[in-house]
Design a protein around this ligand. Structure first.
Ligand code: ATP
Ligand code: MG
Length: 635
């Protein structure tokens, strides 16, 4: 055993250690925030790897975000260096993508399908398709693109287009939604593409309909672990169920039903109930909270006691940390503008907490943006975590498109992306449509034609990029060396210094990871697939700056912790949201809002500051009911 693994085992409480060591059979750790669920899960992976050094099997660990997966992989690598090759630590989507690429041909699915991971792309695709359908006489218009969110919700609940209409109370809306859903699905299929929900559903079909696939999964991965199990959707749970079949039971899930905050996407305590009924897991409880000061633990327990949809057995958390003074402060401001200013001043004048260990959490992104400005006006570095649509740097987009291209050499859409990115890098104009049409007519490959055209017009830089594309298309296995060779050229174009690209483009973190991945000389190369997927997903993760204050929505803060946490906007109709207030105190929406507040305050390691204003955008507001529920009313 390595000393690191030894140390972590020694540092665990008895019950945590038991959860790490009892590696066979189904288990459910049902425990509150900061109780060490993620830490136990990570140690368990390391322990199994360590015990089975001579074996070839891999471990499957499913996390909620790519960022969480990367962190977990790093921690496992610290505990048992060099063994992470024997793991698949990733999101449900990453796992399903791999399954579909490997076995999709059995479903008459081309394994080189594209993944639509950008909402803007999906919307554009649907708008196009609606236009065609309207021209064919269907009663639809471009505005029907608004159904996309509803379609996502139907899909994550495993409802197919044919069954969609009956889910609506209003028959007319039902018909409209079902029609758009059908058009959307047909279009995805015609384009050989998948959206996120489609990946899960496709993998479910594979496991259910193709003999041997589920068995293969169980043989390759005899141990499964699922973090944040409470937020799995019905479709994701079905995937687990299908893959496990009737006898496989080695599933270790950790969950906190009080932290379900993706109810709108289909998450529900019912998945926990189903898991318990189907797998009969050993139930383990961790009650000690190792993250928050006792005052915060007490407030959190009081708050969530107001919810009714809860697992009855779960015990309240008990603080393991010693008492500390001023763990919680409440500040009331007159207006939202003053709230923003006050937070900036408070963070600016706080000598104790580093900016990198400070987070400002809000119910929505909209409430965070003016706070970011107030912080920056005071010279305080601040980053709003957000889903970013694309990398800003064209060089980076070109690189990403290149990798995509290696995977799908004949996909004209990827080709278009590459030409577009190259045009932006070279400030030049190649026309992708014309190039592709000419190449098709001449029976030449896209890149051959690109390279020839650029050479003929004397644009050396574009010719070089085209040449690389050609190499890639011809020899997929050479992608790494090709990209390695392309980087200095991109860099010299950007001004001769690598940092110019990364700093200027604000893509530093992703760029660095990408370079590391591409340059790594590790024995077993990660599949091109995995790298591309990682990049595509990573482009949505916030760049991490260790010296900046983090501003994030509560949804994005899942699983994270900070020394100092500000939770803003604790007013009625802000948090809880206006919609939930309208639904009433006993509504499922209000309970979800309460869980949001619960998740937010329990991110705190040292100090929690709660703020609200009596007036937002000219509307007067009363203090959030959650303040009095936590025993903090008045401030
Ligand atoms: P969440 O529900 O918010 O995801 P969690 O249950 O996953 O929380 P962890 O993130 O694993 O909790 O642990 C919370 C913090 O407590 C971490 O900083 C972790 O290192 C620390 N911790 C966990 N167990 C112990 C322990 N036995 N001794 C000391 N620190 C611990
Ligand atoms: Mg966790």
């Amino acid at each position: 055993m390595t000393t690191e693994l030894d140390n972590i085992l020694a540092s665990l409480s008895d019950i945590q250690r038991e959860a790490v060591l009892s590696t066979e059979g189904a288990a459910l750790v049902l425990a509150g925030p900061g109780s060490g669920k993620t830490r136990v899960l990570t140690a368990r992976i390391a322990r199994i790897l360590d015990e089975t050094r001579q074996r070839k099997f891999r471990i499957l660990a499913l996390t909620f975000t790519t960022k969480a997966a990367m962190e977990m992989r790093e921690r496992v690598d610290l505990l048992v260096p060099g063994l992470t090759e024997r793991t698949l630590i990733g999101t449900f989507h990453a796992f399903c993508t791999q399954l579909l690429r490997q076995h999709g041909s059995h479903l008459e699915m081309s394994p080189d399908f594209a993944i639509f991971d950008q909402d803007a792309d999906r919307e554009a695709l649907l708008v196009d398709a609606l236009g065609v359908a309207a021209a064919n006489g269907e009663p639809v218009s471009a505005e029907d693109v608004r159904w996309l969110k509803t379609i996502d919700q139907l899909k994550s609940r495993l409802i197919v287009p044919e069954k969609a209409a009956e889910r609506f109370r209003d028959a007319k809306s039902g018909e409209a939604a079902a029609r758009v859903y059908r058009i959307y699905e047909n279009t995805l299929r015609a384009n050989n593409s998948m959206d996120f929900n489609g990946l899960i559903l496709g993998a479910c079909r594979l496991l259910r309909d193709v003999p041997g696939v589920a068995e293969r999964v169980r043989q390759t991965y005899p141990y499964w672990l699922v973090d944040e199990f409470q937020d799995t959707t019905p479709a994701q749970y079905r995937l687990i169920r299908l893959a496990a079949g009737d006898s496989f039971r080695n599933v270790f899930a950790v969950a906190d039903d009080d932290q379900i905050i993706y109810q709108w996407a289909g998450a529900s305590y019912r998945q926990i109930e189903r898991f318990r009924a189907d797998f009969q897991p050993e139930l383990m409880q961790l009650v000690e909270n190792h993250r928050c000061p006792p005052a915060i633990v007490a407030a959190a327990n009081k708050l969530v006691a107001n919810n009714t949809f809860r697992t009855p057995e779960k015990q309240p958390i008990v603080a393991a940390k010693p008492d500390s003074e001023d763990a919680i402060a409440v500040h009331v401001l007159a207006t939202d503008g003053e709230e923003q200013q006050w937070i900036a001043e408070s963070i600016g004048s706080n000598g104790r907490d580093s900016w990198g260990q400070t987070a400002v959490l809000g119910r929505t992104r909209a409430i965070l943006l003016p706070i970011e400005q107030a912080l920056q006006a005071k010279g305080i570095k601040a980053v709003v975590a957000q889903r970013r649509d694309r990398f800003i740097s064209p060089e980076f987009n070109w690189l990403q498109a290149c990798l995509d291209q290696a995977l799908r050499p004949n996909d004209v859409r990827v080709f278009r992306l590459m030409v577009d990115a190259a045009n932006r890098v070279a400030s030049d104009e190649l026309d992708a449509e014309i190039l592709a049409a000419e190449a098709d007519a001449a029976g030449a490959s896209y890149f051959e034609h690109w390279a020839n055209t650029a050479t003929a017009s004397g644009n050396e830089y574009l010719a070089t990029l085209g040449g690389y594309g050609l190499q890639l298309a011809q020899s997929r296995s050479q992608w790494r060396s090709m990209v390695r060779a392309a980087i200095p050229i991109l860099v010299s174009k950007a001004g001769g210094d690598e940092s110019v690209i990364s700093d200027a483009a604000d893509d530093k973190a992703a760029w660095d990871v990408c370079l590391k991945e591409i340059r790594s000389e590790k024995g077993s190369e990660p599949e091109l697939d995995e790298v591309i997927q990682g990049l595509a997903l990573r482009s949505k993760e916030p760049p991490h700056d260790p010296e900046a204050v983090t501003l994030m929505t509560i949804h994005a803060s899942k699983g994270l912790e900070f020394d100092s946490v500000y939770v803003v906007g604790l007013a009625e109709s802000v948090m809880p949201s206006w919609q939930s207030v309208k639904q009433g105190d006993a509504s499922a929406e209000m309970e979800e809002e309460r869980r949001n507040c619960f998740v937010a305050i329990t991110r705190t390691r040292e100090r929690l500051t709660l703020t609200y204003a009596s007036n937002y955008r000219g509307w007067s507001k009363s203090p959030s009911r959650f303040l009095s529920e936590m025993g903090l009313a008045g401030g």
